[in-house]
Design a protein around this ligand. Structure first.
Ligand SMILES: *Cc1c(COP(=O)(O)O)cnc(C)c1O
Length: 350
């Protein structure tokens, strides 16, 4: 039996985005595969990118790196963005994970326990992780990569991008033997002087636009489909779903679809507080969700459409791009795809 809701992941589209990022940045792409490749499945996505030539990967947590090492084999470099957390220094070394050192105590702990290959994060203005520029340490043994992160990479007009870039150029010059990594997805499109030695994208690999809206250069990768499990007619004046979330002003036909917030279909897709309802793609058209999204089901207006039980709706995918779907739900593509729960089977195509 097919699952009522499925997340289909197009690995050839992932590869196209990988090549696009190489082309626009003019640099090697070091994929960010944290959070299970933004929900799409790190084993499949990182494994495919490895086959396409990627040799350096970034995860957020030590546990993600430990899980990825057997998938990638011994050769690729795996950096842990959290730094020296989540595992002992010996456990990092045993799995050949490279912590991205982000504060003096970590540097001491790493070197004091024997050191080894690692990264260094310099905070050039985001105030999140990393050494402040004025506290940047002297070069040390094992330092293989120096990096910083843009606060506004998704806003190409933001003047802070240039300030961060210039600060990173100045501070990173102190580490001539380390690889220099600066640009995330948005930054990869900012031009050659933002690219440094390698770019470090996440969301654009997975089909989100570099500026948080659809972009022709990025191919959709993730498609969330849900089956219609009941079709019913609703007379004018009746209400739909919890808390009478929607009132039919005219006779309607609705499709009850097998997906809800227990699948990561956010409750905020529904109409509320004057926000219009989210749209889904069904039978060749975009149609609104009616009333509240429930845990396991939601209702879609299919009035006048030829649909039947067993047909599918597309919450996002090639016909409803994730940036648009995210805007419908009042969020961003990152949150939309990382929220899809393990209940939803991932199906890999391409
Ligand atoms: C998540 C992350 C990235 C990737 O960001 P995208 O906007 O998804 O491209 C790159 N670098 C760091 C430090 C990150 O935390």
């Amino acid at each position: 039996m097919p699952s009522p809701a499925t997340l289909s992941v197009d690995l050839s589209a992932l590869v196209r985005n990988y090549r696009t990022l190489e082309r626009v940045s003019g640099r090697p792409v070091h994929p960010v595969v944290k959070a299970n490749s933004y929900g799409l499945g790190a084993e499949a996505c990182a494994g495919r990118l490895l086959a396409e030539g990627a040799r350096t990967f970034f995860v957020a947590r030590a546990a993600e790196g430990l899980a990825l090492r057997p998938v990638l084999g011994a050769e690729p470099d795996i950096y842990v963005l959290d730094g020296l957390h989540g595992a002992t220094p010996d456990a990092f070394r045993a799995a050949d994970l490279r912590p991205v050192i982000n504060q003096p105590a970590q540097l001491q702990a790493w070197l004091g326990s024997g050191g080894g290959a690692c990264g260094l994060q310099i905070d050039t203005g985001m105030n999140r992780l990393g050494f402040r520029v004025e506290d940047a340490p002297e070069p040390f043994a094992g330092l293989a990569l120096v990096m910083s992160h843009l606060a506004c990479g998704d806003d190409h007009a933001e003047p802070m991008n240039r300030r961060q870039r210039d600060a990173f150029a100045a501070v990173s010059a102190r580490y001539p033997n380390a690889l220099k990594s600066f640009a995330n997805s948005g930054g990869s499109f900012l031009g050659p002087d933002y690219a440094f030695d390698a770019v470090r994208p996440g969301i654009c690999l997975y089909g989100g636009g570099p500026e948080g809206r659809p972009d022709d250069r990025i191919a959709p990768v993730a498609t969330l489909l849900a089956q219609i499990v009941q079709v019913r007619d609703v007379p004018a004046g009746e209400t739909i779903g919890y808390s009478r979330g929607y009132t039919a002003e005219a006779p309607l036909r609705i499709a009850t679809c097998a997906t809800g917030y227990a699948d990561g279909v956010l409750r905020s897709y529904g109409a509320r507080h004057g926000k219009p309802a989210g749209q889904v793609f069904v039978a060749g058209e975009l149609r609104p969700i009616l009333g509240r999204v429930s845990m396991d089901v939601c209702a879609v207006d299919v009035t006048g459409l030829d649909v039947t039980v067993g047909d599918s709706i597309e919450l996002f995918g090639p016909n409803r791009l994730i940036d648009d779907a995210a805007a419908d739900a009042g969020t961003i593509s990152y949150e939309l795809i990382t929220s899809i729960t393990p209940r939803v089977p991932r199906r890999y195509v391409g």
